[in-house]
Design a protein around this ligand. Structure first.
Ligand SMILES: [Zn+2]
Length: 72
């Protein structure tokens, strides 16, 4: 696991995109882009992850409700 400082650019753990959200889990941290946080947010929150929108992100996607018609 790599530790990334506050001012460093983080990348999604699932794809090469810039990370928009950091998920802090008891086992460690994961980073997700907008696309992948939408996909995994429910499961991460069920697992007790603390979701933090990274500085410089254009939109706090972790705090916004997912339109269900887009999630299908
Ligand atoms: Zn991604």
């Amino acid at each position: 696991m790599n530790t990334i400082g506050r001012n460093c650019v983080a990348y999604c753990d699932r794809c090469p995109a810039r990370a928009r959200v950091r998920a802090a889990l008891p086992a460690g941290e994961l980073h997700f882009c907008n696309h992948h946080i939408r996909e995994h947010r429910d499961r991460l929150q069920e697992a007790g992850a603390k979701l933090v929108t990274l500085p410089g992100s254009p939109a706090p996607i972790a705090a916004r409700p997912v339109p269900r018609d887009l999630a299908a």
